[in-house]
Design a protein. Structure first.
Length: 187
């Protein structure tokens, strides 16, 4: 069975710093643990997301993307910060998810914003949101301000160091060795 780490970036724009941060984390973890990594953003759920009141209202490709996200072994979730919180359309997508669907799922939280004042989104918005779902949020989250990027890529030594520590916290999830199945032949 293929192990997966899936990223969800809570924005519509491409390119975006949030998507790039989520992509960098997913790529780093996928390489480190030899797992499959994929990143989605809200554009992957358009145009049906805005009008959806339940998962069944999403179009087929959006439902498929959500199924992939929910079936992942671990998630990397990020949002740009808007007025001190995650984006509204990101929250709308999360609101469509069954409250038990993320129970116990490891989630690495990320966010991007213009400056340091927005860093509190990690502890005051994202962590409680995923706590409601009983997800296993990793201790280290990643907040990146504009100054942490060079030419659209994460570049700050402090951010990259923190990213390495956060990815390292996924080791207990991905380093588990599969227990071989034992088949009994005859009786």
């Amino acid at each position: 069975m293929t192990r997966t780490i899936i990223g969800l970036s809570g924005n519509l724009d491409r390119p975006s710093k949030t998507r790039t941060l989520v992509q960098t984390v997913v790529a780093t973890a996928a390489s480190e643990f030899q797992v499959t990594g994929t990143v989605y953003d809200l554009a992957d759920f358009s145009p049906s997301l805005g009008a959806a009141r339940r998962v069944s209202d999403l179009d087929a490709s959006a439902r498929t993307a959500l199924e992939v996200i929910l079936s992942a072994d671990a998630l990397v979730v990020g949002s740009p910060v808007y007025k001190g919180s995650y984006t509204g359309l990101f929250k709308h997508l999360i609101d469509l998810i069954d409250p038990l669907a993320l129970a116990g799922k490891p989630v690495l939280l990320t966010a991007t914003g213009g400056g340091d004042r927005h860093a509190l989104v990690m502890e005051h918005q994202l962590r409680p949101l995923f706590g409601f779902f009983e997800a296993q949020t990793l201790p280290t989250g990643l907040y990146a301000a504009d100054r942490d990027f060079t030419e659209g890529q994460p570049s700050s030594p402090a951010l990259l160091d923190r990213l390495g520590r956060a990815v390292g916290q996924l080791a207990p999830i991905f380093d588990r060795r599969a227990i071989p199945e034992v088949y009994l032949v005859g009786a």
